[in-house]
Design a protein around this ligand. Structure first.
Ligand code: NAD
Length: 335
């Protein structure tokens, strides 16, 4: 019996870069409700390797030009957009128009208008849209959500988080604003924003932000090198974030009335470690991407909403825009 006959939904990955090759394709070997059915690539030299490694038939291999004909392929149920950020909107909309459900990587898009167009295209096609927010399916982050939203240690007073990585290739798309939409904030700072929102269960009402110094103005001529920001949530909760492309930082912390709970490291694919006032968190380490894609497949099969819909991606793009506005004007921006 092939995977389709086993009732699994077929996923086509669009863009075969680092994340697809090293995380999503391997995760799709562990999923129970979906499988790697197809690929869409602009680089023909990658095809042979993918084809033989994952037994993908020629009929399920597309390029960016003939991608729209995927509409005639009933073995592909879900298109997963894993391209540079500036290409998310185009391929999400084309996938929806081809009658496919869509997972789009983070950040959802370059601006609110694109988010609205993506949501509208999926609605019009009657298809579901979700964002690749893998941490919602990680037990350590689920515990942060439980402790925070259930106010297990009383009301949260303050949150803090930082995520910084060290991209080495000076020519990569992440450093080109036209392709990325911004620097570390949109790439990894977004995880701190997500952590603030899902731990408190709240959306921010105002933001302030400060760009960090550029010690490498050539490499970071187009985007910020680092950034700090403050989000004011309802109930007087203050969230302080930091993101960087030159500092390896990684934690998420909540200070509540009866103690603090935190993850450090927080945002990686694995290796989370957590503490509460009662001691160390003990949860299994899971394949986040497998859990995320299986949950979306089940949402489609059971006709229930995804916990990480396009609307959440849109909310976050709105917050990103407000943070950049605050950074550029030096003023507090209301959301
Ligand atoms: P990558 O550079 O490794 O891969 C990008 C792919 O897009 C490559 O296959 C490349 O050939 C293709 N591409 C098409 N047009 C391009 C162009 N004009 N310039 C550059 N590449 C082009 O990037 P990645 O790290 O795989 O990231 C892809 C997407 O996935 C991004 O949106 C990123 O934010 C997201 N991502 C998410 C996670 C996560 O944990 N959820 C992790 C990594 C990346």
């Amino acid at each position: 019996m092939n995977q389709k006959q086993q009732g699994k939904l077929g996923i086509a990955l669009v863009g075969l870069g680092y994340y697809s090759e090293n995380l999503l394709a391997p995760a799709l070997q562990e999923t129970e409700h979906c499988y790697l059915a197809g690929i869409v690539t602009g680089t023909p030299s990658k095809i042979d390797k993918w084809k033989s490694k994952y037994s993908i038939p020629d009929s399920n291999i597309y390029n960016y030009q003939n991608f729209d004909s995927i509409k005639d392929n009933p073995t592909i149920d879900i298109v997963y957009v894993v391209l540079p950020n500036s290409m998310h909107a185009e391929f999400t909309i084309r996938a929806a128009q081809a009658g496919k459900h869509v997972i789009c990587e983070k950040p959802m898009a370059m601006n609110i208008k694109e988010c609205d167009d993506m949501i509208a295209a999926c609605k019009k096609a009657g298809k579901m849209l979700s964002i690749g927010y893998r941490l919602h399916f990680d037990p350590y982050h689920r515990e942060m959500i439980r402790l925070g939203t259930k106010r297990v240690y009383g009301n949260i007073k303050k949150m803090s988080a930082a995520f910084g990585i060290l991209p080495d290739d000076p020519n990569q798309w992440r450093l080109k604003k036209a392709l990325s939409g911004g620097g570390p904030l949109v790439d990894v700072g977004l995880y701190c924003i997500q952590g603030f929102c899902y731990t408190t269960g709240l959306d921010p009402i105002a933001v302030s932000a400060q760009e960090g110094p550029k010690t490498n103005p050539v490499k970071f001529k187009d985007v910020e090198q680092s950034l700090t920001w403050q989000m004011e949530m309802p109930d007087g909760i203050i969230c302080e974030g930091k993101t960087s492309y030159t500092e390896d930082i990684n934690f998420l912390k909540a200070d509540a009335e009866r103690g603090s709970f935190e993850l450090s490291s927080a945002f990686n694919y694995t290796g989370q470690s957590g503490r509460t006032p009662e001691g160390k968190m003990q949860f299994p380490h899971v394949n986040q991407q497998a859990k995320q894609m299986d949950d979306f497949a089940l949402a489609i099969k059971n006709n229930r909403p995804t916990p990480v819909p396009g609307e959440m991606g849109r909310r976050d793009v709105r917050i990103l825009e407000a943070i950049y506005e605050a950074m550029n004007t030096g003023k507090k921006v209301t959301i």
